[in-house]
Write a protein that binds this ligand. Structure first.
Ligand code: COA
Ligand code: ZN
Length: 297
């Protein structure tokens, strides 16, 4: 099985949307550029959402218009058709729709229940066909919903099958509130990978219960090679009570490289990006391994 691991940094979106301090688009762009410089395979640069719902993501259009030319796969989150139209009109090549596994979470996040969300996703995927925009879907709260509790493997599998059938280019299976454990991660990802191509999936873990890195390992063992992570461990969801930071990119890269996987990421550059995230937000703490990594890099 491939030893290449692809990491998408979601700090400039998932991370910054949840910080007390709202950054200027130019500051967000500086962080994005530092991540590109470090060699990230992907960076989630922002979200085309209501600025009333998420003030920190205002100005994502400006950012998308100013991205450096690079092989990096830039993506932006979109909650609905309006988000798709804005992404398309601002040169976005990869847009991420979001569907929570539970009705309540969809209602809290995007004000639609599961059936409405699926119908909206179908409409957006149809609208995107023939355009330059590729659409992937985040399957959020895939292990546990803060309102409805544990999500079954069957529920995730069923939704994943429907989304793949609709034409989603990839699914990001997300533990939005960081409630999953390595066994649960293995159960879900093994079930998906036994029926679909492993490259169809990425995993997105939050470190709320300190199991983020263990969950990355469990997903690797199940065959997943694509991961979201957030520089300096920034992150959280304003609509999911209890959500805390994502697993830190520097920790994920260190673990993968030490285990013999290749990420293509330059640790010097990554720690510089982590320093910048700490400096800009004044709240990010940096990855757990950062002090140790600093001794070498
Ligand atoms: N981008 C920008 N503005 C948007 C928008 C989008 N994608 N979708 C809707 N809006 C605007 C509408 O134009 C309208 O503006 P107005 O009040 O000036 O007329 C306003 O938002 C309300 O529109 P409506 O369709 O009634 O939306 P809503 O109130 O049901 O809110 C969302 C739905 C999805 C727009 C809103 O809940 C949202 O942006 N949520 C963010 C979700 C998110 O980022 N979660 C974290 C990541 S998972
Ligand atoms: Zn998240």
């Amino acid at each position: 099985m491939s030893k290449r691991v692809y990491i998408n940094d979601v700090g400039p979106r998932d991370g910054l949307q949840n910080q007390a301090k709202i950054l200027l688009p130019e500051q967000r762009l500086d962080l994005i550029k530092s991540l590109v410089k470090a060699g990230l395979d992907g960076v989630e640069v922002g979200a085309f959402v209501s600025p009333k719902a998420v003030p920190a993501m205002a100005g994502t259009d400006q950012i998308c218009q100013s991205l450096p030319s690079s092989d990096c796969h830039f993506s932006a989150l979109i909650p609905n058709m309006k988000g798709f139209e804005l992404a398309r009109d601002n040169n976005v090549k990869l847009a991420s729709l979001v569907m929570a596994a539970s009705n309540t979470m969809n209602e809290k996040n995007i004000r639609m229940d599961n059936a409405q969300t699926l119908a909206m996703i179908k409409d957006v995927i149809d609208a995107a066909s023939g355009t330059e925009v590729e659409l992937q879907v985040y399957l959020a709260t895939a292990w546990e919903c803060p309102f409805e509790g544990i999500i079954s493997v069957n529920q995730v599998h069923e939704l994943a099958a429907q989304l793949i059938e609709m034409g989603a280019s990839r699914l990001v299976i997300a533990d939005t509130i960081g409630a999953g454990d390595p066994q649960a991660v293995n159960n879900v990802m093994s079930a998906l990978i036994s029926d679909f191509d492993a490259d169809m999936f990425a995993c997105h873990f939050h470190d709320t219960r300190a199991m983020g890195l263990a969950n990355v390992y469990a997903a690797l063992e199940a065959g997943v090679r694509r991961f979201d992570a957030s520089i300096a461990g920034l992150g959280g969801c304003p609509f999911a009570p209890g959500a805390s930071g994502n697993v830190a990119t520097e920790d994920v890269v260190m673990m993968c490289e030490q285990m013999g996987y290749e990420t293509g990421i330059d640790m010097f550059g990554l720690l510089a990006a982590s320093d910048l995230a700490v400096e800009l937000t004044e709240t990010a703490r940096g990855g757990n391994a950062k002090t140790w990594l600093r001794k070498t890099y």
